[in-house]
Design a binder for this molecule. Structure first.
Ligand SMILES: Cc1cc2nc3c(=O)[nH]c(=O)nc-3n(C[C@H](O)[C@H](O)[C@H](O)COP(=O)(O)OP(=O)(O)OC[C@H]3O[C@@H](n4cnc5c(N)ncnc54)[C@H](O)[C@@H]3O)c2cc1C
Length: 422
């Protein structure tokens, strides 16, 4: 079958890889000159099955209200005259019940475990390298109440097979000695030895290399303007993708099947077909800086619960990422947020990184209200989804890519997950 993959981010390139493996003729379209140049460019670098607690949980409504208007809040709703944002907010509230939270954690953990296993298999089979580390993820808490609140979700994750162990502050420092500086402030921690970290952008580019070597075509600098149905009727088959090429010329690109993997742009391209996707951009920040003092720098990937920041070690660089701002498609760097991240890094690992050389970046997470991605069939027979991966797009990429490739091929997915129209 000829399959057109829309988007060359982490989800698009992994879809292309697995589709090619199943014998399809694959073409990937992207508006950028290089793959993984948008949200998949400089993320937190965690393969974190353990990071499965969704933003929408029973304690979220009070916290979100409290954070309204706070420039450095971990999750900030900037209320706009934007119907999509309000609808998303209402659906987010509906996902905050204990039953929905439990259901969502189950989906996120199951897909995460499968995906991590597929990532390992891919690495084993192809030998790709991307500054990856397999030293686990340590999630530390500097607030006792938050630590206590995390014990129940951690227990649920363990029952689902994710070995997220509770550890003391001393054990946390033994796992990551660079935390010794704040030992007295650590209320507790969890450690998931099977989790991993690495450079997601390098990973995506390596996968593109594998795809190209296996005849996948990448049409870069092609901006998709529309998906056109065969007869113009709403739920009819897709006939072609309309895109402008690097010279600005309109092109019609045809396939037998189409995978929508446009990250936070997905709902905008799907809407004219009468397909509503509950995805809203959640802007996040990352800071990358060279290691200045090796003895003070972290090696293990970390999650700083109080500030909702993640820290990864990418070769001789430190990557720190986090915060979420729901403010439409704006990607501006907010100085307050950048400074807040650098201040926190200096507080925890003073002198570890060269802050003078820090590079700042923002990306738009394609967030669903439940944090559960949208993968599977659409109501249009030859249109498939692999989008809405929010905070865990890299963690879930191999499992999602392989699953959508199997669904398109008429094979059953290998993971028990709430695929659309399964
Ligand atoms: C600050 C931050 C930290 C994060 N940390 C982690 C982490 O530690 N671990 C983890 O698992 N996940 C993390 N994530 C989430 C992860 O990075 C995303 O979920 C993932 O990158 C989304 O990939 P995607 O392919 O869906 O979207 P994208 O990477 O945005 O890809 C979509 C592609 O579509 C293209 N496109 C869009 N519109 C058009 C158009 N009209 N025509 C043609 N092409 C178009 C874009 O150019 C882009 O390349 C983080 C995200 C952020 C922002």
């Amino acid at each position: 079958m000829k399959v057109i993959v829309l988007g060359a981010g982490l989800l698009g390139v992994t879809s292309a890889y697995y589709l090619q493996q199943l014998g399809h003729e694959v073409t990937v379209l992207d508006r950028q000159a290089a793959p993984a140049a948008e949200t998949s460019f400089a993320n937190g670098g965690q393969i974190s099955v353990s990071h499965a607690e969704p933003w929408a949980n029973p304690s979220a409504p009070v916290k979100v209200l409290h954070w309204l208007g706070q420039e450095d809040a971990p999750l900030l709703f900037r209320l706009r005259a934007d119907m999509r944002q309000w609808m998303w907010g209402l659906e987010f509230l509906r996902e905050c019940t204990p039953a929905r939270t439990r259901h969502n954690i189950e989906q996120i953990v199951r897909l995460g475990m499968y995906s991590r296993a597929m990532l390992r298999e891919l690495r084993r089979e192809t030998g790709i390298a991307y500054d990856h580390r397999t030293q686990g993820i340590l999630h530390f808490y500097t607030n006792t109440k938050e630590f206590e609140a995390a014990l129940k979700p951690a227990e649920l994750m363990r029952t689902l097979g994710c070995a997220r162990q509770v550890v003391t502050a001393d054990e946390a420092v033994r796992i990551e000695p660079a935390l010794a500086h704040i030992r007295s402030r650590i209320a507790g921690a969890t450690y998931t030895a099977d989790d991993e970290s690495g450079d997601a952008n390098k990973f995506a580019r390596q996968v593109v290399g594998l795809c190209r070597a296996r005849t996948v075509t990448f049409l870069m600098s092609h901006t998709i303007t529309a998906l056109r149905a065969r007869s113009g009727a709403r739920a009819d088959e897709i006939d072609h993708v309309e895109a402008t090429d690097p010279d600005g010329r309109f092109q019609r690109i045809r396939g037998d099947a189409y995978v929508l993997a446009l990250g936070s742009v997905s709902p905008l391209i799907a809407a004219p077909l009468g397909v509503r996707l509950p995805i809203y951009p959640a802007k996040g920040y990352s800071v990358t800086m060279p290691v200045k003092d090796e003895s003070r720098a972290h090696q293990v990937s970390l999650t700083d619960d109080e500030y909702k920041l993640v820290y990864s070690r990418l070769g001789d660089r430190l990557r720190i990422a986090g915060t979420a701002e729901l403010n439409g498609y704006d990607r501006d760097l907010n100085r307050v947020r950048c400074e807040a991240i650098v201040k926190r890094v200096e507080e925890i690992f003073p002198g570890a990184g060269d802050t003078g050389e820090a590079q700042f970046w923002t990306g738009l997470r394609p967030a669903t209200p439940s944090n559960v991605p949208i993968i599977g069939r659409s109501k249009i027979p030859n249109l498939y989804f692999n989008t809405g991966h929010g905070t865990l797009g890299w963690t879930h990429s191999c499992g999602s890519g392989k699953s959508i490739a199997r669904i398109i091929s008429g094979l059953p997915p290998e993971v028990d997950f709430a695929f659309t129209r399964a």
